[in-house]
Design a protein around this ligand. Structure first.
Ligand code: FAD
Ligand code: FES
Length: 509
């Protein structure tokens, strides 16, 4: 039976369908400014907002339309409760480091609230407690240990057994006074502020390269140059590496979201389980009714099961806990995870202090993007920032980083080699309309997709980033790379970087 969650087209998110976003022209000529920002997600927009507020002339360019990337697919919990992290940070980096990480993210919650209040933004901001819980007796000690870390750090907390929602909790750790909002309504207001303060925004403008120098230049796909004092790369996976070796220090991880009308009365609160499979819940109000964002089933991009299996597993978990009246929306998306789990915010590489980057938010980009906006603006202003050393991309902690670099790169190498050795035995006739499969053409692995009109599209499955073999994603209808998360349309065009060039099309004639 066809799975009801299997989409012919990539499904829309609730955020997008409920927001009327402005559009902006493409860049048509060379230009100059103080700071060029690449990427129209929450990171690029918040940073542009902060810099225009501080009086800088900003140009923000976006490859597609603003707010179409991971930000449009988030679940938008605004919290410093970044899963199980504080005990690990204390063990790996010490108490002071962990305290600064917490402080930076808790300040970010207040920073966003300050913006919402200042501009009276109607974005469904509601204060919520964040709950980290386990439904597994054997994991109760982990929650206790994280609670001890909160105590050491002076975080306002509570340890409770029963949650106000039937998730089978054995023990839960509460972080008080966190928040949730509608991310696109908030960011739409920031876009208006940027434009009002003289910031310029260009869509359909792809950054292709950077020319280093005292006034570095962004070169666009249409060969226009933007010259500025600083370039800030907020393109999710940095489109430009600058010798920072980001591909060896970060991976892409996907998750799935079901927006559910539940059978139960949903209480207040944002919930995240530490169990495997993990699940996260929050609500958003639609016409006065609570729609529950039920998310989870995370896996490295290009390395998951059949997409419909992930949606189905989530659906079953939802059915057995909150009950399902209907599922009006569902979607999936990916975020980037660094090897020490701390974002990269700061100079792209040690030798370049005028090319900055913000990435690697581990699915906590609502607060991390606000941390980035103030930290990067301070770097532009040459002002001290207390969090600089924690987030600087040039940090390298041998323990536990080195071990993780080795195992991460071994994983990339495994996928690189596995893909090259594969010779799939699939005939073109076996591929139905709307289906994509790896096939063998002239002894080499290739990708075949049959569109709804029956036409077959063939691509070279060698990823144009660093050469791994892409895999078919049957939920989103894209070719996804298991190495660093690039994604391509069935016909090869780039959906998401780090790849910049499309997959090569194969013509059998
Ligand atoms: C399922 C899921 C749930 C999440 N839930 C939460 C949550 O509850 N709370 C939380 O804090 N975080 C959450 N996150 C994380 C958060 O959504 C992300 O960290 C954040 O949205 C990343 O924003 P960004 O601006 O860095 O990237 P994006 O939103 O992806 O924006 C990057 C932009 O750069 C553009 N771009 C790329 N290359 C180029 C180029 N060469 N030239 C020009 N433009 C370019 C892209 O088109 C894109 O628009 C979640 C993540 C996932 C996957
Ligand atoms: S994304 Fe790096 S090889 Fe594909």
């Amino acid at each position: 039976m066809a799975n009801p969650y299997f989409a012919k087209e990539a499904p829309e998110t609730y955020w997008k369908t409920s927001t009327d976003l402005p559009s902006f022209p493409a860049l048509q000529e060379d230009t100059e400014c103080d700071v060029t920002i690449i990427g129209g997600g929450i990171t690029g927009i918040t940073t542009a907002y902060e810099l225009t507020k501080r009086g800088f002339r900003v140009v923000l360019i976006e490859a597609n339309q603003v707010l179409n990337g991971t930000t449009a697919h988030t679940t938008a919990k605004i919290t410093a409760q970044h899963d199980m992290i504080y005990d690990e940070l204390i063990r790996n980096f010490g108490l002071n480091h962990a305290r600064l990480y917490y402080e930076a993210n808790q300040n970010a919650v207040d920073y966003i609230k300050g913006i919402v209040d200042e501009h009276q933004i109607n974005c469904e901001w509601t204060e919520q407690d964040a709950y980290l819980y386990t439904a597994n007796e054997n994991a109760v000690q982990k929650i206790r240990t994280e609670h001890e870390a909160y105590t050491k750090l002076g975080i306002e907390r509570d340890l409770i057994k029963d949650l106000p929602i039937p998730l089978g909790s054995k023990l839960a750790l509460v972080m008080k006074n966190q928040a949730q909002f509608h991310p696109l309504q908030y960011l739409k207001a920031l876009l208006e502020q940027i434009v009002q303060k003289g910031g310029r925004i260009f869509e359909d403008t792809v950054a292709l390269d950077i020319k280093k120098g005292e006034r570095p230049e962004v070169i666009t796909k249409t060969r226009h140059a933007i010259k500025s004092r600083f370039i800030i790369c907020c393109s999710h996976f940095p489109f430009y590496d600058g010798g920072g070796l980001y591909a060896t220090r970060m991976y892409a991880d996907r998750s799935y979201v079901l927006a559910i009308k539940p059978k139960i009365e949903y209480p207040e609160g944002m919930y995240l389980s530490i169990d495997k499979p993990s699940v996260a819940l929050r609500y958003t109000l639609v016409n006065g009714e609570k729609l529950i964002l039920f998310s989870g089933e995370g896996h490295k991009t290009g390395q998951g099961k059949d997409m419909s299996t992930h949606y189905e597993t989530l659906r079953q978990m939802a059915e057995s806990t909150i009950g399902i009246e209907s599922i009006p929306y569902y979607w999936s998306t990916q975020d980037l995870v660094t090897i020490d789990k701390i974002p990269f915010i700061g100079p792209m590489s040690e030798n370049e202090d005028n090319i900055l980057v913000a990435t690697g938010f581990k699915k906590w980009g609502m607060t991390s993007s606000a941390v980035a906006a103030t930290l990067l603006s301070d770097l532009v202003e040459k002002k001290d920032n207390p969090y600089e050393s924690i987030f600087t991309p040039s940090r390298f902690h041998l323990n536990p980083g080195l071990q993780k670099v080795i195992s991460y790169n071994a994983d990339v190498a495994k996928h690189f080699i596995k893909g090259k050795l594969e010779k799939p035995d699939v005939q073109f006739e076996e591929i139905a309309a709307g289906e994509g499969k790896a096939v063998t053409i002239n002894g080499r692995r290739a990708g075949a997709f049959r569109d709804e009109t029956g036409c077959l599209h063939l691509v070279d499955t060698t990823c144009t980033h660093l050469g791994c073999e892409v895999e078919w994603n049957d939920g989103e209808h894209t070719w996804d790379c298991p190495c660093h998360g690039s994604r391509f349309k069935p016909t090869g065009e780039v959906v998401e970087g780090p790849a910049i060039k499309p997959l090569k099309q194969i013509d059998l004639n």
